[in-house]
Design a protein around this ligand. Sequence first.
Ligand code: NAD
Ligand code: TDX
Length: 335
Amino acid sequence: MRIVVTGGAGFIGANFVHTLLNDHPEVDVNVLDSFTYAANESSLTDITPEQAKRLTITRGDVADMEIVDEVVRDADAVVHFAAESHNDNSITGPAPFIQTNLIGTFTLLEAVRKYGTRFHHVSTDEVYGDLELDDPAKFTPTTPYNPSSPYSASKAGSDMLVRAWMRTYGIPATISNCSNNYGPYQHIEKFIPRMITNRLVGIRPRLYGEGANVRDWIHVLDHNEAVWEILQRGTIGDTYLIGADGEASNKEVVHMLNEIMGHPQDDYDHVADRAGHDLRYAIDATKLHEELGWYPSFTSFREGLEETVRWYTEHEDWWKGEKERVEAKYAQKGH
Ligand code: NAD
Ligand code: TDX
């Protein structure tokens, strides 16, 4: 089986490529990635010579029709991770989000329509907007779309394109909307790796606003296992929500990280809040449990965080070069 993984040099995509190479020897992988600032070449180098024979890396833009046509023509399936993915960047500069998330997804859809290729679209729970802290309801596949940021609006738009191509052209596709991921290879602009690497270089963690915002954390390997199950056994045309019941406020996460890293719980600074900051996300993954029997294997968020702290501590070479640039950008925003 030949699988194209778009965005395979980014956080979730690179973890997915490792899973394919490690656990699915029948699969050959073609990574289609334009290597933006969010990609890291060394995320894909830690593989055996045998695995290297099954991996092709194609440097190209998902919005480039010619290159997309070329890679999709030879593929049995496309798993589409490539995106501009950081909310804060979408607030300061939305243009690349529209280009990659909308035009890029459109370009891929046209190619899979032409070749009849199986397509899986990786999306986010942020398309549903946010919940009140005390709302007993969680997001389900029938929750109305209500995105808040340029990022989540562009992802919502990309989901709509996939839905329209499924209904109108009957392309064999599925969609998943997942909650916040954490784990190895995540870019240090994102909350958890930023807080961990801040501690490692001697900067206090930075909480936006009061830190009351809640995210529903899932380990990246659990997300990817669910994507694999949907790709294999999901119902064509359906949407699946992926989550691991991992709700925690940002303040609780920083407390835990401080404890794990040997600092007093309240050793952090409050900084300016994010514009339009979503309050809470929460996923109801019942459909995945009942239809595909998928359950997360990382059941302790604290243990997952401990492992993630270890990974960043042991892989300074992977992130150190980016730290100054990322922090300079945050400093400009008062973050
Ligand atoms: P990331 O920013 O770490 O990686 C994105 C990758 O896409 C990078 O390698 C980048 O070079 C590549 N890319 C960007 N623009 C491209 C283009 N025009 N052409 C080709 N490649 C391009 O993102 P991530 O956190 O790994 O997220 C992957 C996907 O999962 C995204 O679609 C995101 O919306 C979705 N998602 C992420 C999370 C999360 O918590 N990180 C949660 C739910 C869903
Ligand atoms: O320094 C920080 N301090 C802070 O308090 C940063 C970087 C973030 N935060 C807060 C903002 C959010 O409430 O932490 C929370 C998580 O922030 P991010 O890591 O930027 O993630 P979020 O905006 O929730 O979006 C993430 O999850 C859904 C991914 O970046 C998206 O790609 C995914 O769709």
